[in-house]
Design a binder for this molecule. Structure first.
Ligand code: SAM
Length: 236
């Protein structure tokens, strides 16, 4: 992968960046995403944030080699620490777990009032992000699910506003599976949740064989609840 030949996953994230945004890409690694967004003429200003030394150096090297150092500012720091309030109006955070993405948003929330759009691509645990968005008055404006190289990725685009508008009747299902993805139910969505359900059923069988204690019975209840939610959605 490079800045011209971006992965389908990152291309899908870029598609949600409004033209002319002032962008921050947090956890940018090689800074492929902001380089691509500038090269495509989507943005002219971007911050590439990285917490780790190696990826920070890779990002700097990439931006220099692409001749984009007047447009992309590579900064080392934790989460949203790398931006000042009002500096950007669009933030991308891709390729991490949902819990980490939600914790970056929580820790940096004083930087968010001027941000119009968040584009978040969790590798796992999108539910943690949907819960955070719900609790902090960000509404989902779109969701996408795609498969690349045998892995399934979700992308959540959100803007400030009433988060409940998208959830309708199936609130629990919406948090776990995504209210917009649920209403579309494409093939990748069905593949993901059939596989998750089958996996939970396998774990349940193992738990049935284990000695019953408070922990195993709690775990079983949680799995049964998730299976119930997923089956309710897949039936529709
Ligand atoms: N965003 C790129 C992508 O989607 O291909 C890179 C994803 S890479 C797997 C995750 C990157 O996030 C790593 O380079 C890691 O150092 C960085 N990261 C993890 N926690 C971070 C934090 N709290 N603040 C900034 N960067 C972070």
């Amino acid at each position: 992968m490079n800045t011209e030949n971006l992965s389908d996953r990152l291309k899908a994230v870029v598609q949600y960046i409004p033209a002319g945004s002032r962008l921050a890409d947090i956890g940018s690694d090689h800074a492929y995403l902001p380089c691509h967004a500038v090269q495509q003429g989507i943005v002219t200003f971007a911050v590439a944030g990285e917490v780790a030394e190696g990826p920070y150096r890779s990002a700097k090297k990439q931006v220099d080699e692409e001749g984009l150092s007047d447009n992309i500012f590579v900064r080392k720091g934790d989460g949203l620490d790398v931006i000042s309030p009002g500096e950007v109006d669009c933030i991308t955070i891709a390729g991490m777990g949902g819990t980490l993405i939600a914790s970056i948003l929580e820790k940096g929330k004083q930087k968010l009032p001027a941000v119009k759009r968040l584009i978040l691509q969790p590798n796992i645990g999108a539910i943690s992000i949907r819960k955070w968005l719900m609790e902090h008055d960000w509404k989902l404006v779109d969701e996408k699910i795609l498969e690349e190289d045998g892995k399934i990725y979700e992308i959540l685009a959100a803007e400030q506003g009433d988060p409940r508008s998208y959830y309708g009747e199936s609130f629990e299902g919406g948090l776990l599976l995504g209210p917009i993805l649920m209403s579309k139910q494409n093939d990748v969505f069905r593949k993901k949740w059939i596989s998750e359900r089958d996996n939970w059923e396998r774990i349940l069988i193992q738990l049935e064989k284990a000695d019953e204690n408070r922990e195993t019975s709690k775990k079983k209840q949680e799995l049964l609840e998730k299976i119930r939610i997923v089956e309710g959605v897949l039936k529709k």
